[in-house]
Design a protein around this ligand. Structure first.
Ligand SMILES: *Cc1c(COP(=O)(O)O)cnc(C)c1O
Length: 358
């Protein structure tokens, strides 16, 4: 079986070494030495100002919303994983959808201003598939209207924008380290900010608002992560160069084969973005063609995924605001298998099946 992605597992002995240390220390969770080490390695590796390791990428978005004390309306993208929208609603805010750019698949900054009302407090955009948003344009709009910016950068590990990690942009960026993501800690996530006072606030939010074992400053939640998860992250970190290298080679192989076809649309990388090759989306001419290709691939035990379907403006707990580009792309897009040890022969077989069914 060839799934859309396979989690990278480090050599067992590398993880065992960390397990031995954990058994010796008997410190399992609550900001242990491995969590601290992971946070400093993340800062170093990504060259970012801060990194707070959390239990997953969904709570990371919730903490970002809480830290910025957002209320009212949040302008967001309809083309993302459902967590981008569900967290907004979970935090008692209203998602207001702005359609995407049909080439980059990210929120279209040219359409944001028309959606701003007196209730708008923030923009939450996703760097879909690891491709950076038009960050400069979003920053200019946010500044002009006094809005906060959160980036759901769940796919953004390793992506640069104007030479810096995408995590350095917006008031807060969030990431997911779920097993399906390019860098993972089994389950996990993080928040990133360049603003020290926001970092302080999120530290408290992550741990019940504890300022000492017996004192609290405001409401918090349990968003901590464990030594076991941090250990997996530390192991994976040592293999990221190789993971990125393979990913790029595989990505370029798909790209070279499909680029010439006038029957599929491929991702256009945003200007200024150094792309991490996290996903390989292919947009077909129609949903019928997608279904045909998907069925043919499934027959060969290949399981691409419909990332992202449905368009989030159509889920049943939001006010649907028509987003024609997002709805159209969501109906026609498949992400092809892409993972550290995917073989070239398998890619060639996948490409052959696609070509035959276009
Ligand atoms: C994976 C993902 C999330 C959620 O992260 P979890 O770690 O699974 O909670 C949020 N947004 C996007 C765009 C994602 O792909």
């Amino acid at each position: 079986m060839i799934p859309v992605t396979k989690p990278f597992l480090p050599p067992r002995e590398e993880y065992n070494k960390y397990l031995n240390d954990i058994w010796e220390r008997q410190w399992l969770t609550n900001h242990g030495p491995l969590v601290n080490e992971l946070e400093s390695k993340l800062k170093e590796h990504l060259n970012v100002s801060s990194a707070l390791f959390l239990s997953n990428g969904t709570i990371a978005i919730q903490i970002a919303i809480k830290a910025l004390e957002l209320t009212g309306e949040i302008i967001t993208t309809p083309f993302s994983y459902v967590a981008t929208t569900s967290t907004i609603v979970w935090e008692n805010c209203k998602p207001v959808f702005v359609d995407i750019d049909p080439l980059t698949f990210n929120i279209d900054p040219a359409k944001i201003e028309a959606a701003i009302t007196e209730k708008t407090t923030a923009i939450m955009a996703t760097h879909v598939f690891g491709n950076a948003c038009d960050i400069d344009a979003i920053a200019a709009i946010a500044k002009k209207h006094g809005l906060k910016v959160i980036y759901d950068a769940a796919h953004g590990f390793g992506t640069l924008y104007n030479g810096k990690s995408v995590f350095e942009y917006g008031d807060i960026s969030t990431c997911s380290f779920h097993a399906t993501k390019i860098f993972h800690t089994v389950e996990g996530g993080a928040v990133f900010t360049t603003q020290p006072q926001l970092l302080e606030k999120m530290l408290l939010l992550r741990n019940f608002g504890h300022t000492s074992p017996v004192t609290f400053d405001g409401i918090g939640i349990n968003a901590k992560n464990s030594e076991f998860h941090a250990a997996m992250g530390l192991c994976c970190m040592n293999h990221m160069d190789e993971i990125f290298k393979n990913r790029k080679t595989q990505w370029q192989h798909y790209q070279a084969a499909l680029r010439e076809s006038n029957k599929v649309q491929l991702l256009t990388v945003t200007k200024g973005c150094d792309f991490n090759c996290a996903y390989f989306p292919v947009v077909f001419e129609s949903e019928a063609v997608l279904q045909k290709v998907l069925a043919a691939l499934n027959l060969q035990y290949v399981q691409p995924r419909r990332y992202f379907f449905p368009s989030l403006n159509t889920v049943n707990y939001v006010d649907n605001r028509s987003s024609p580009h997002s709805e159209s792309i969501a109906q026609r897009v498949l992400c092809l298998p892409l993972y550290h040890n995917l073989r070239k022969e398998d890619q060639d077989m996948i490409l052959k099946v696609i070509m035959k069914n276009l």
